[in-house]
Design a protein around this ligand. Sequence first.
Ligand SMILES: [Zn+2]
Ligand SMILES: [Zn+2]
Length: 258
Amino acid sequence: MIANYHTHTFRCHHALGTDEDYVTSAIANGIQILGFSDHGCMIGPDYLKPDMRMRPELLPDYMYSLRMLREKYADQIEMHIGFEIEYYPKVFDDLIPFYRRHGLEYLILGQHWIGKENTPGEGYRCFRPTDSEENLRIYADTVIKGMETGLFTYLCHPDVIWYTGPDEIFEKYMRKIARRAKELGVPVELNLHGIRSHRNYADPRFFRIAGEEGCQVIIGYDAHDPHEFYEHENVEKGLQIARESGIKLLDTVELVRL
Ligand SMILES: [Zn+2]
Ligand SMILES: [Zn+2]
């Protein structure tokens, strides 16, 4: 892998290591383009799950630290600074100017929640098992609307939702996502964090559909620890899923600039 656009930092409260550790580890493993995309800060009490994302006051430090590293390692690696965020329509339009003011370069869409993430009983965390078709429908609608904003460079782990109901229902909504991604030219990610954490994703059922629909697919480390760039066996597992789905992976993606 020569590019990875999905990298976290300690500021999200559930990732390890220093910013520099991620950069040197990526360089040591042959990565030529490294995008940082920590869990982006949000606005408003409904979207501030404390163990999940960066607080807004840490954004200047994030930008400063990564810009310094970009300069320091400029002759060894190309670096970009972005965020991974959910698409929450209520706050999205206010977030974008805020991110732009700080010089954020790009966004990737990772829909870990639908509804309110910080109000017990009012949201659904997508990587908890659910057999609710309604949850699946809302999830699919939300990520499609997110992609339709035209502001996301790619869709992270489209198969993050852990739907335990019938395969044909899963397929119905996942095909909608895959088809729309293809129409919009938004690449979808085959996510290594799901593989390393033995989660429900990367789901071969989704990638078979993505292959049939002709989606552009890119692998993302979704690194939460600098050592994860050394996990070549997980890359191999991801490549295997892609091969079995008839997918030709992208090496790089074009950033949608904020
Ligand atoms: Zn995370
Ligand atoms: Zn992530």
